[in-house]
Ligand binder design. Sequence first.
Ligand code: SF4
Length: 64
Amino acid sequence: MVVIINDGCISCGLCCDLCPDEFEFGPEGTAVPIHDPVPEDLEACSEEAAESCPVSVIEIQLES
Ligand code: SF4
């Protein structure tokens, strides 16, 4: 699983709260993924963050 954060993050911090080991704020002040690919034990909270993002900019890509 790979997490992509598309343009439009409003820096609300929700993903960092829900899944602090996978999301952090980058130098531009917007959220960035920490691991690529996402470690298995962080997949569930990454999905939760994607579903909870108020502007729906977190994209989950499943590896084929
Ligand atoms: S939940 Fe969405 S808007 Fe909020 S910091 Fe994360 S990516 Fe940005």
